[in-house]
Design a protein around this ligand. Structure first.
Ligand code: IPE
Ligand code: IPE
Ligand code: MG
Ligand code: MG
Ligand code: MG
Length: 293
């Protein structure tokens, strides 16, 4: 199977499992599930679950075992996007090719749908019949730490507080590593846990993830400036409108792109230390840094 077909097939599996995990429900609060499906099912890259599946496979594990945990990560990521778009945060009206959740549903519903996806993600891992109890504990530990105050949430708080202020490269890199890098690193570490990787392998995965995660957010900053909204599927020039310092405002477009490529090379150098066939992970990493949307 060629690389594109592989990615397409895996995205299909991820979307099918998401569909099964979050069905419509005939309950008085059915709008919650309707809204969750609206947010989850848009035109998304599924990068984080893809990284989990690919890491698991790279280390000799089965991606079927990893599928529900991979979807739990996509739920956390989707919740972060729902809240990120709210008027009290980036105030963006367009996401995954359609109106943001708080534009399609009442704002309170959007807030609560984010809360639901966050909590439900942990339930999905706990209930996964494919995983051993020790694996569930390790996954929950990773997810709680990296999506919480020391990870994504901490990053989002710093991102909000930096709006309208001049910040330097060191601070910006710290924000990006927390708000985006932490979840990307978690996606890769999930694969390690599911494939029962050694401590040494987990360390390599961590370094690979950290470099890749920062590169990914730098390219997100670039795309905020270069993409057209229709292709992009989300609001453009959001960073400019919100007076955010980005790699583009600090370095200019070309140097920001160069920086992402350097980080990709560093990520790949770490990956090469694995005693496994890294073609798949290297291919995904390359796509993610050379993407246009
Ligand atoms: C957008 O993530 C938010 C960031 C952390 C940069 P993606 O670019 O992966 O968004 P989707 O999942 O494809 O919609
Ligand atoms: C968001 O960063 C990071 C999250 C944790 C959601 P951005 O605010 O740059 O993401 P986009 O550009 O809205 O997708
Ligand atoms: Mg934001
Ligand atoms: Mg945003
Ligand atoms: Mg952005």
């Amino acid at each position: 199977m060629d690389f594109d077909s592989y990615l397409k097939a895996k995205c299909g599996l991820i979307e099918k499992r998401l569909d099964e995990l979050v069905p419509e429900k005939d309950v008085p609060y059915n709008q919650l599930f309707h809204a969750a499906r609206y947010a989850l099912m848009g035109n998304a890259k599924r990068l984080r679950p893809l990284l989990t599946l690919a890491t698991t496979e790279t280390l000799g594990g089965s991606s079927e075992t990893a599928l529900s945990s991979a979807c739990a990560l996509e739920m956390i990521h989707t919740y972060s996007l729902i809240h990120d778009d709210l008027p009290c945060m980036d105030n963006d009206d367009f996401r995954r090719g359609k109106p943001s959740l708080h534009r399609a549903f009442p704002e309170g519903h959007a807030l609560l749908t984010g809360d639901y996806l966050l909590t439900y993600a942990f339930e999905v891992i706990i209930k996964d019949p494919h995983l051993f109890p020790e694996q569930k504990v390790a996954l929950i530990d990773l997810l709680a730490k990296n999506s919480g105050g020391e990870g994504m949430i901490g990053g989002q708080v710093m991102d909000l507080e930096a709006a309208g202020k001049q910040i330097d490269m060191e601070r910006l890199s710290y924000i990006h590593r927390c708000k985006t890098g932490a979840i990307i690193t978690t996606a890769i570490a999930f694969g390690g846990v599911i494939a029962n990787a050694s401590t040494a392998t987990m360390q390599i995965l961590q370094h690979f993830g950290e470099n890749l995660g920062l590169a990914f957010q730098i390219i997100d900053d670039v795309i905020d400036v270069t993409a057209c909204e229709q292709k992009h599927g989300k609001a453009i020039s959001s960073d400019y409108a919100n007076h955010k310092t980005t790699y583009v405002t600090l370095l200019g477009l070309e140097k920001a792109q160069q920086m992402a490529k350097i980080l990709l090379l560093q990520a790949l150098q770490h990956l090469q230390q694995l005693s496994a066939d890294i073609t798949l992970l290297a291919g995904i990493a390359d796509r993610l840094v050379h993407r246009k949307i």
